[in-house]
Structure formats: C-alpha cells, structure tokens
Design a protein around this ligand. Structure first.
Ligand code: NAD
Ligand code: ZN
Length: 353
C-alpha cells in the first residue's frame, strides 16, 4: 500500500506493509544512494524493541549506523534532548549527503525531524512511525517541533521527510492506552471527512480486530491527511479541519494533569461535547454526538468530563492569548462532513457545555 503525498519538489511516498522493518534498509538506500552514514533517532521504549532490526537492515546496505536513544515521553521533547541529538549527529560525523531516520512515536518524529531540518541547515529525513498516532497523524504533513516550558510545539519548522515507512506489525507492542489515544484521531478523520471510515470503525469490536485492520485504516487516514496537507501545507485554511475536537480537548488536557487525560482522550471528549452543543444550536444532525460517544466508549475512551463552563473558558482564554481574540471552531454538519466556524471569544459560551 502506497500513499503519495504530492507537494511539488517535496513530494514523497508513505509505504505501508507488514514486516517492512526487516528489509527497509534497501528501500532507504535506493531512495538516498549517497547516504553513507545514517543516524537512527529513537526512544528508550522503541529502541530496545526495534532499533537493532533496523540497524542490521541498513548495515546490509553498507551504511554506517549510529543509534541515538533518548528517554521516552513528552517530557523529553525539549531543547536539552535536541542538544543531545545535535551532539550525537556531529560526533557521528554526518555530512549533508547523510540522513536521519526517526524510529518511534510522535515525540521521536517531531524531534528527530527538527534535528534533521536544522542540522547542517537540513539533511535528509525518513520517518518510521511506530505508534498509531504517529502513523495516522504526526508523520504525515511535515510539522516538526519541540516544546518549551511555556508551551507545546513552540519551536519548529515545516520539513517534509523523503519517505515514510510504516510497518503495522510494530503496533502489536504499543500499550493499549496509546493505541486508543491514536484511535481518537482516527475517529476524528471519520467525523470530519469520511463517513465510510467512521462506519468501518463502528463494526470493529475490540483491539485485536483493530490491529487486524490496521493496514487499511492507516492507509485511509494517511490519504485523508495527505490530501488536506497538499491543499494547505502551511496550515492557513483547510488543514484547520484537523483540529476538530482539539480546542475543547486541549482545555481538558490543560485543566487536569497531563497523565489524567491524554491528548487523544481530550480530543475524544472535545468532539463529543462540542457536537452536543452544535446539535442544540441546530448546526449538526441530531444523534451525531451519541454516535461518536458510543464509538469512543467501545475503546475505553472517555466521552464526558467533570468540568464546568468556567473551566473551559479559562483554559481556552489562556490559549487564545497566544492567538488573538477570535478563534476557529470545527463543527460537524453530520458524520463525515465538517466546516470552519469563526467565533468571537464573547460568543464562545454557546459552544461550551
Ligand atoms: P510518543 O512518541 O511519546 O509515543 C507514545 C508512547 O508509546 C511512548 O512511550 C513510546 O515510547 C511508546 N511507543 C511508541 N511506539 C511503540 C511501539 N510500537 N511499541 C511499544 N511502545 C511504543 O507519543 P505519540 O502519542 O506517538 O505522539 C505524541 C506526540 O506527537 C506529541 O508530542 C504531539 O505534539 C505530536 N504530534 C505531532 C503532530 C504533527 O503533525 N507533527 C501531530 C499530532 C501529534
Ligand atoms: Zn491531535
């Protein structure tokens, strides 16, 4: 399965195949024939599971491999770890014809991508995403970043990879909570643009079935995100549809400690709460919110939260300071159809629970 991302001279393919990791070295070498040294960037969970297989596959192509491993988790997505990566790349003696391969979840892809975008003013970058979220969302679209103490993803770039290689078998070791976390974004794609995907998800009963269908689900999601990114690479219009559920979701994530609600859990709650309100306002087909909630709950994702309107207002107001007085909400007309709604901050309460 191949998804082509058409961005002119920055175009690339996303290849999805079970078992791909064991022979991906040959594909990378074909793609980047001049690369003699490759740095694998990975985290402390994914590295021990998969880095040696990738390393062996690259070494078969006579590539010199350096593995740079950082402690797993969002807490590592910072300047300090980025500095460690730069030092590692320099020590390994990578030149401008060499490459970085990010092997891991969204944290690894975002930070590995930023390292590749900036080291020597940019060297080739390949993504091998290993979490569901990374395969369907963060590895597509070229946004790379790290966090600052004052906020998430505040330092970054748009930097497209040369290729993305996805081996859905790697998801078998992903902890269930992260599988569900990524599934919230999959459900989001169904909600905003693909009714057929949403209905396919409604037929899936459990995690085993989800993993069995992972190839086609990932392909569908990559296609959706690729088409949106092709139209709006720099996130000034249509790409905002991808933020469905995120304004309220971020508020949930912020109000509680990070480990109480994950990103996907927040997004799930945000999708349901916003859609309930927009149903009341007559903007959304009735019954839509219940359908989203039922699908989330099948995968142990919460569909409600113990938060008052003031809590939402406060969290969103803090966020808004960084972005101005209006905000854009994404609303559903019905499952599979969404639109942008510009809202003055003063009108926001209508859309809050
Ligand atoms: P993550 O990279 O921290 O991975 C989640 C956890 O799963 C980690 O502990 C990781 O070690 C582990 N893991 C990953 N793959 C595994 C596997 N196959 N087997 C076992 N363990 C595995 O986080 P994430 O949820 O993948 O991504 C979240 C990050 O992605 C956030 O930093 C977010 O900002 C970013 N993101 C970026 C974009 C973008 O467009 N660039 C979009 C969405 C999210
Ligand atoms: Zn998200």
């Amino acid at each position: 399965r191949i998804v082509h991302v058409d961005l002119g001279s920055k175009s690339y393919d996303i290849e999805i195949e079970r078992g791909l990791l064991s022979h991906v070295g040959g594909k990378i070498k074909t793609l980047l024939p001049k690369a003699e040294k490759i740095a694998i960037i990975t985290d402390s969970h994914v590295g021990p599971l998969y880095a040696s297989l990738l390393q062996a596959s690259l070494e078969k192509e006579a590539v010199a491999v350096t593995v740079l491993t950082f402690p797993a988790g969002e807490e590592s997505k910072n300047l300090q770890t980025l500095g460690y990566l730069y030092d590692g790349l320099a020590e390994a003696g990578l030149t401008r014809s060499d490459a970085v391969v990010a092997l891991g979840g969204g944290v690894t892809g975002d930070m590995g991508g930023l390292a590749a975008a900036t080291f020597l003013r940019g060297i080739a970058f390949v993504q091998i995403p290993t979490s569901l979220l990374a395969t369907v969302d963060s590895s597509v679209g070229g946004k790379v970043a790290i966090d600052l103490p004052s906020g998430k993803n505040l330092v970054g770039a748009f930097y497209q990879p040369k290729a993305v290689f996805i081996d859905p078998d790697l998801l078998k070791t992903l902890p269930a909570r992260y599988l569900h976390d990524g599934l919230a974004e999959v459900i989001k794609y169904g909600c905003i643009i693909d009714k057929e995907l949403f209905m396919r998800l409604e037929k899936i009963q459990n995690d085993a079935e989800l993993l069995a269908h992972a190839d086609e689900i990932i392909e569908t999601c990559c296609n959706i995100k690729a088409r949106i990114v092709e139209h709006d690479e720099f996130d000034t219009g249509e790409r905002m549809l991808l933020n469905f559920g995120h304004t309220l979701g971020h508020a949930v994530e912020k109000t509680f400690r990070f480990d109480k609600y994950s990103h996907g859990e927040g997004v799930g709650i945000g999708m349901v709460l916003l859609t309930r309100r927009s149903e009341k306002l007559g903007l959304t087909e009735s019954g839509t919110a219940d359908r989203i909630a039922a699908l989330l709950q099948r995968f142990r994702l919460p569909a409600a939260v113990d938060m008052q309107q003031e809590d939402f207002l406060q969290a969103i107001a803090l966020d808004k300071k960084k972005r101005g007085s209006r905000l854009t909400l994404i609303l559903l007309k019905k499952i599979g159809e969404s639109f942008l709604q510009r809202v003055e901050f003063s009108e926001l309460t209508q859309y809050l629970p």
